[in-house]
Design a protein around this ligand. Structure first.
Ligand code: HEC
Length: 207
């Protein structure tokens, strides 16, 4: 083992004679000591060089490892699969669902309604661009499951958003449960019922 150089007491000036570690170059009056680097430091340094080489071969030369972008893509695909499975399950269960009475679910539903639906259906559900959700007239069916289906699939050609692409099944359930509580609430100046008259039977003038 080499002996560690003893710490020298501070001196006013260092010279080659009194400081054997002093290098002989100088910049702006600053001179450098050629200290022996601690062995652990040198090993660490060597290890980083080895790591960099191994990393490059593994990831970039032989393409064995997944780079961040591939990992991201894989995880997104995995997430998409989970989402599709959850949606399919939701669509199967939809037929038998009952509106929630849980105040927490209803509060969440109200929040979702005010943020996403109120611009078209009005904050009190009285209707604006979208129809009144408080009366007994329904374009797409009056049952809870009809509401769930309409909200989930939307009516894109009429301007009702396909919410399953934006909301989670639990959120659709919450907001549907909330609007269920608006039924019969009679808000002022509601949008009049629409599309309610059954289609006129076509009259053949030659009959
Ligand atoms: C961009 C405007 C818009 C937004 C936002 C919107 N809707 Fe609609 N919604 C409509 C329109 C328009 C219709 C009528 C579709 C039709 O005529 O077939 C509708 C229909 C519906 C119906 C069916 C009504 C019936 O008579 O059968 C329900 C239920 C409904 N929306 C709920 C919601 C909920 C819940 C949200 C929020 C998550 C929402 N809507 C957000 C425009 C919107």
């Amino acid at each position: 083992m080499r002996m560690k150089p003893k710490l020298q007491p501070m001196r006013k000036t260092m010279t080659e004679e009194n400081e054997p570690l002093l290098l002989d170059h100088e910049a702006d009056g600053i001179r450098e000591l050629d200290n022996q680097l601690p062995r652990w430091w040198v090993w660490l340094f060597n290890a980083t060089i080895f790591f960099a080489g191994a990393y490059m071969l593994y990831y970039h030369v032989f393409d064995r490892g997944l780079l961040m972008e591939d990992e991201y893509r894989l995880e997104m695909a995995e997430g998409e699969k989970l989402k599709q499975a959850a949606l399919e399950r939701f669509e199967k269960e939809m037929m038998n669902m009952q509106p929630s009475q849980d105040p927490e679910v209803l509060a969440e539903g109200k929040q979702i309604f005010l943020t996403n639906c109120a611009p078209c259906h009005r904050a009190d559900g009285g209707g604006q661009v979208g129809p009144n959700l408080c009366d007994d007239y329904w374009i797409h069916g009056s049952e809870f499951k009809d509401n769930l289906r309409t909200i989930s699939n939307g009516v894109p050609e009429k301007g009702m958003v396909t919410w399953k692409t934006l909301l989670k099944p639990t959120q659709i359930y919450a907001v549907a449960s909330y609007i269920y509580t608006l039924r019969g609430s009679n808000p002022p100046n509601p949008k009049p019922p629409e599309n309610q008259a059954p289609a006129e039977p076509e009259v053949n003038p030659y009959e």
